[in-house]
Design a protein around this ligand. Structure first.
Ligand code: ZN
Length: 107
């Protein structure tokens, strides 16, 4: 693994820019970047290994998703589609009498 040096430019996720930007290493711990500074907005923060922190919006989305799952899943299991009793489509419709038109052809 390549050893980082102070001032090296590496990619990391910047919260302020909300994307991966170039960062300068400002602090190194055990040969790994510990603190970095965004080259775009000069915001200092811990090195995140290019991982975006889960935003509050994402957390809320996850919560909602779990909520929806927990409410929908049991209903789906309790009410399976009825496949044992398919509609009889081969039978002729009831209540329609067979009428034969008696056409008398007079020659
Ligand atoms: Zn930034």
């Amino acid at each position: 693994m390549r050893e980082h040096r102070l001032g090296d430019v590496i990619d990391d996720h910047c919260i302020k820019c909300r994307r991966v930007t170039n960062h300068s290493i400002v602090s190194i711990l055990n040969g790994e970047a510990a603190k970095v500074r965004c080259r775009t907005c000069y915001h200092d923060h811990d090195y995140r290994h290019e991982q975006a922190p889960p935003s509050k919006k994402d957390l809320k989305k996850q919560e909602l998703f779990k909520e929806v799952l927990s409410t929908v899943a049991p209903a789906v299991i309790a009410d399976p589609p009825a496949i044992d009793d398919p509609p009889a489509i081969d039978d002729p419709p009831a209540g329609v009498p067979e009428k034969k038109k008696a056409r008398s052809k007079k020659a």
